[in-house]
Ligand binder design. Structure first.
Ligand code: TYM
Length: 340
């Protein structure tokens, strides 16, 4: 094995565009917390991404504080990980412009998330929504991040980031300037589905609050939502193959596994053959035990917004110090004044 040429660095972000849910927690926040032990971590609140769709200006800063509070509540330590608002580090937007000139229209035309989010009214979407994945590439590469923990819905954006990094390195004859970052997606929590429909992603924008478990839900709300979660009439299978074509059962077993750190196979070893009448209370118990302390901690952090602001400002300072040298080098490589 060859020695890594880039130091191991983690970057990820969450948009301040609505209440966080169990999918965000299992697909992102829980992973961040584990990674801070071994990696240099940059974890930001993606407010530049959030304004690709309308955000109420009077609320945006508080929504940003809420994500920061969720990071802290999930166990991130600001002494280890830099936690900051994306808009407080100008280098993201500046590098995104340069990458707009590296990425190809054909690459962006393939992005399924734009198609989903723009729906039938593509021509009325913001230009920002279209170039959103290019900004995401800049977020990652401005820190020369090597690892990016995300949920499965971000996979295509990560592939685009890898393409942009490779094309930049080739176009400017700067081999290895940008690392080709590795997505960290694996695990049963990478794609948590709606509690009302096992074929739809659990999402902040789903109109039904019953479809998701919010980070701030009370124990009683969690119990009720799991009790009402859609299922099928069969008992749980003994093996994971038996979950094929049973999206709701697969999702609930996946949530249990992600929360307890087991594999789905291990969960089925215990619950295979039992009905949802037995499984749902067990699932509710582990969900309440994992999530209510996070919600309580979030409320405690939010009671002191000045402390959150201090953490965000300190994080932004560290992030700027890490991003500026990359941007300066990119400008030199591209040939901007005063020239190479
Ligand atoms: P966002 O804000 O939509 O979601 C934040 C994180 O939560 C994950 N996630 C899920 N994981 C499992 N199951 C689900 N149902 C689920 N829903 C959401 C997302 O995959 C994500 O990891 N574009 C990003 C934010 C971003 C970013 C970046 C991420 C901007 N720049 C650079 C990584 C690196 C987004 O909209 O995430």
């Amino acid at each position: 094995m060859t020695e890594p040429t880039h130091s191991q660095r983690v970057l990820s972000g969450v948009q301040p565009s609505g209440a966080l849910h169990l999918g965000n927690y299992l697909g992102a926040l829980k992973k961040f917390t584990a990674l801070q032990e071994t990696y240099d971590c940059y974890l930001f609140v993606a407010d530049l991404h959030a304004i690709t769709v309308w955000q109420e200006p009077a609320k945006l800063a508080d929504q940003t504080r809420e994500i920061a509070a969720a990071y802290l509540a999930a166990g991130l330590d600001p002494k280890r990980a830099a936690i900051f608002p994306q808009s407080a580090v100008r280098a993201h937007a500046e590098l995104a412009w340069i990458f707009n000139c590296t990425a190809r229209l054909g690459w962006l035309d393939r992005m399924t998330q734009f198609k989903e989010k723009s729906g039938k009214h593509k021509e009325r979407s913001s230009v920002g929504l279209y170039t959103y994945p290019v900004l995401q590439a800049a977020d990652i590469l401005v820190y020369k991040a090597t690892h990016v923990p995300v949920g499965e819905d971000q996979k295509q954006h990560l592939e685009l980031t890898r393409d942009i990094a490779g094309k930049f390195n080739t176009d400017f004859d700067a081999p290895d300037f940008f690392p080709i970052p590795e997505p960290l997606i694996q695990g049963p929590g990478a794609r948590v589905m709606s509690l009302r429909d096992g074929s739809a992603k659990m999402s902040k924008s789903d109109p039904s609050d019953q479809s998701r478990i919010n980070l701030t839900d009370t124990a009683d709300e969690i119990l009720q939502k799991i009790k009402r979660a859609k299922t099928d009439p069969e008992p749980l299978p003994e093996t994971i193959e038996g979950l094929t074509d049973r999206p709701e059962a697969d999702n609930l077993v996946g949530i249990y596994a992600a929360l307890t750190g087991e594999t789905k196979a291990q969960v089925l070893e215990r619950f295979g053959g039992q009905g949802f009448g037995a499984f749902k209370p067990a699932l509710a118990e582990v969900t309440v035990a994992a999530m209510t302390p996070v919600g309580d901690a979030m409320r405690r952090y939010l009671a002191d917004p000045a402390e959150i602001d201090r953490i965000l400002a300190a994080g932004a300072e560290r992030a700027n110090a890490a991003a500026e040298p990359t941007l300066a080098e990119v400008k030199r490589i591209v040939g901007f004044w005063p020239g190479r």
